[in-house]
Design a protein around this ligand. Structure first.
Ligand code: FAD
Length: 490
């Protein structure tokens, strides 16, 4: 199913309708690439521009996988949080890795805009919002990102977040003004068009069934042809299967689903003023406005392949929970795709053995990272750029097979459950604080009117006996300055 949709609003562009060419004759090339998603096509474009002969072998069609069915948010970073990255490889290497991810983001921007891809629907900015009142944690992340990792970020206070997003679900936010959005299908087909123009040959309906990576010229078998190449780049994500099953098993496949609403008119802008992407810090919801007044929303995930249509009402309910003021939002389209998660949260980039390369495992943040990996691999093969070695500490680790999927599902459920509970608690605390402030204001006002400046009444700390109720008539106001029930001033 991966990458299918119901009534796709964005699925009828001309590029997607192009006739597909299957590889039906034997071929010799410099570089053979397995998979025509974002990773494979970025390798193809860069390597073709550097002068290599390229064949891309795609089992279905260009952008069939997650690469044609995502939310289009392009921003730096990896699945592994930046503090964990520093712990794992040290500050210097973490900085270099982060800089590489920024190069990936810049590459997407240049490719999408300078190449003037038609209908790319570019929009600026992304906002990461917190489900809990976590101001301190946010400030420390801001400092790390801006001073140590040279990334343009702004901290938004709760009021600012809520003036842009009318919900009490979100607290503080980190704004990435340099992040941006693109249309997923337009971009992947635009990339394929550029790669073809640079000389790469893309064969669709051409599944790779086996690979023999030994020898200087490596061999690939497809159902209707054989191919020989000096280098093979595996960009099949979780779909790679038979050609290198052990590699596929280092990824935990997670299917993520998203919906696009019917046009919502002015009410959408009244509730969501922010025009970039919004994602919560627990990685549960991600949304943005598309086509002026439609809402695009990604949320549910499974560790098995399901029909996206099944999730229409779940997404509808989720939108209503976060933005009750929107009322019931009619869904026009639902789509989904499989992302490949690695055990360590970092992508798989590098050379597995001489001439056999991998660029995969980009998870939920695959636009910038797949571009980065594509550039690194192409430049390493053709220029000897060795920076992919920065990924060496992140080895291929078995993701646990079917048991890993069950565990992944349970962990996902638990994360969502604990995030929801933390959110409820944060909102409860916020309401309690507000009530306390209102109570104090009322008390102060009452005291002002009574001509006294009594401090607010406090409950005794737990475990301490409550003061006895006064039996006698209350003392004169002047005698209560040290607190009700406390000693009098004389
Ligand atoms: C709903 C959703 C929203 C997302 N939103 C964002 C977002 O806003 N920002 C972001 O950065 N990322 C996002 N992502 C993640 C991003 O889409 C992926 O990380 C990225 O597209 C992965 O690209 P890829 O090239 O590695 O894999 P894929 O797109 O899966 O491409 C792999 C290709 O290889 C082919 N293939 C596999 N095996 C073989 C074989 N044996 N022979 C021939 N062909 C083969 C497959 O058919 C497929 O076309 C989202 C993902 C989803 C599902």
């Amino acid at each position: 199913m991966s990458g299918t949709s119901t009534s796709m609003t964005n699925g009828n562009d001309a590029a997607a309708q192009q006739p597909r060419s299957r590889l039906s004759f034997d071929l010799d090339v410099d570089i053979a690439i397995v998979g025509a998603g974002l990773a494979g096509l970025t390798v193809a474009l860069e390597a073709a521009r550097l002068g290599a002969s390229i064949a891309v072998l795609e089992g279905r069609h260009v952008g069939w996988g997650a690469s044609g069915h995502h939310l289009g948010t392009v921003m730096p970073g990896f699945g592994l949080p930046v503090s964990d990255l520093v712990d794992r490889v040290g500050l210097e290497d973490a900085r270099e890795l982060w800089a590489l991810s920024k190069e990936g983001v810049d590459h997407v921007r240049t490719t999408a805009t300078e190449e003037a891809m038609p209908g790319i629907a570019f929009s600026e900015g992304a906002l990461e919002v917190s489900n809990v009142d976590a101001g301190e944690a946010l400030i420390s992340r801001l400092q790390v990102l801006s001073s140590d990792f040279d990334t343009e970020v702004e901290g938004w206070q709760v009021d600012r977040v809520r003036s842009e997003l009318r919900t009490d679900r979100y607290f503080h936010g980190i704004h990435y003004p340099k992040a941006f959005q693109i249309d997923s299908r337009k971009y992947v087909h635009g990339l394929a068009a550029l790669a073809r123009r640079a000389g790469a040959r893309i064969f669709e309906d051409t599944p790779v069934v086996s690979i023999d990576p030994s020898g200087i010229r490596k061999r690939i078998v497809t159902p209707s042809a054989r191919l020989r190449a000096s280098h093979i780049v595996l960009c099949g994500n979780v779909h790679l299967g038979a050609p290198l099953r052990r590699l596929s098993e280092t990824l935990l496949p997670v299917w993520r689903y998203a919906a696009v609403s019917e046009p919502l008119g002015e009410r959408l802008g009244e509730v969501i003023a922010f025009r970039g992407s919004v994602m919560d810090s627990d990685g549960i919801d991600q949304f943005r406005i598309v086509d002026g007044d439609r809402l695009m929303w990604a949320s549910p995930e499974t560790t098995w392949d399901a029909r996206p249509k099944r999730f229409a009402s779940a997404i509808q309910r989720r939108i209503n929970t976060v933005f009750p003021r929107l009322g019931r939002v009619a869904i026009a389209d639902v789509f989904g795709g499989a992302v490949g998660l690695t055990v360590h949260g970092m992508p798989q980039v590098g050379q597995l053995r001489k001439g056999l390369w991998v660029a995969s495992g980009f998870g939920r943040q695959g636009l910038g990272t797949s571009a980065m990996a594509g550039l690194l691999v192409a430049r390493s093969i053709l220029w000897g750029d060795e920076r992919w070695r920065l990924f060496s500490p992140f080895e291929l680790v078995w993701a646990g097979g079917p048991t890993g999927r069950v565990a992944g599902h349970l962990i996902g459920k638990w994360t969502r459950g604990s995030s929801a509970a933390a959110g409820v608690l944060a909102r409860y605390r916020e309401r309690a604080r507000l009530k306390e402030r209102q109570r104090e204001a009322r008390l102060a006002e009452a005291n002002r009117q009574a001509g006294t400046r009594a401090p607010p009444r406090r409950r005794p700390p737990p475990g301490q006996p409550r003061p006895a109720r006064p039996q006698a008539p209350p003392p004169e106001p002047a005698a209560t300055t040290e607190g009700e029930g406390g000693p009098s001033s004389h």
